[in-house]
Design a protein around this ligand. Sequence first.
Ligand SMILES: [Zn+2]
Ligand SMILES: [Zn+2]
Length: 343
Amino acid sequence: MIKYLKDRSYYEDLYDKGTVEWGLWHEEYFFNRAKDKKVNKLSKEMAKGLCRIYLYFYTGDRYVKREDCINKWMERDRKEDDLLENTLLPEALCFMCGEPMEFAHKHLKTDFKEDEPHVEFIFHCKECEVSSVFNNKGRDDRIPWQCPDCKRRLDIKHKRKNDVITTKEHCNFCGYHHEDKLDLSIKPEVEKSPTMAELKKFREDKLRFCLSPQEGMKYMESVANLERLNKIIGEIKEKDRKPKVKVLSIKEVQKQLKEVLKASGCENVTFSDPDTVGDVVFKFKAIDSRERGAYDARKIVKKAVITKFTGTNWALMSDGVTYRLGILEGRLKGKEYSEDIIY
Ligand SMILES: [Zn+2]
Ligand SMILES: [Zn+2]
């Protein structure tokens, strides 16, 4: 019976072989670019530089993922062995004679459309010369002697000449004819074992592309440093994106407030003593110099004050601007500058 799970060294070799093959492929790719006559000198130098950078990250990444990938492969094969071992044999009765069929073979089947592999069983009935395949979709009966056209029994003859076996199928009823040749001299291709020179070359390449634990640790440290650096750069960029806040002193803010109130039709502007518990807060009071109603006066003054101090560390407080008998009042709040304020 086929065993899927192999020794760990098998998977390690498989992984390293993959690393070497991909490494060589990429080296070749950049090398060809550097050799290309149409490519200018600068691009050639760039190709070489890119190759070095690419291989640095590629070999490092292969090192980082190696253990995990090998464990996953082994786990997959272990599961497949379990499945093959533990799936119960189906009860197979011949669809021709009704007698139990003879178990011939079982194997694992992986349908790419389905996630999970399943076991497929093949049974024969020697008496009736038929077979049945059982899988997760049910059973599939096969009659090798049946004419595909009229479904009557074919006349089948085998003839051997040297290494070639010819099978002739003929239907005496409808005339269907089919011939198959099997050449026994053609042997399935067996993977050649590598020569000493090939093996030496592979080991040399492996030293270049498969990192040692020391080299791997060094790579991981560099990547962690790079990530830290990226984070810092990201934070700096984020800070730059924040709108700049113009910080005004109490003297400056009161001067500007007086100007904006006057420009919005107010006179006799006075300020209260600033409250310095928590944020700095002070009150302004002014007399409306224009003949306009409370609604208009409040709206115009409020809008002018908000607009004036947008982008600074000062803002009109949420109670806005009040109006009583021609007196306008409001409060401004100032924050000491810190990184977290955005207006
Ligand atoms: Zn049978
Ligand atoms: Zn036929």
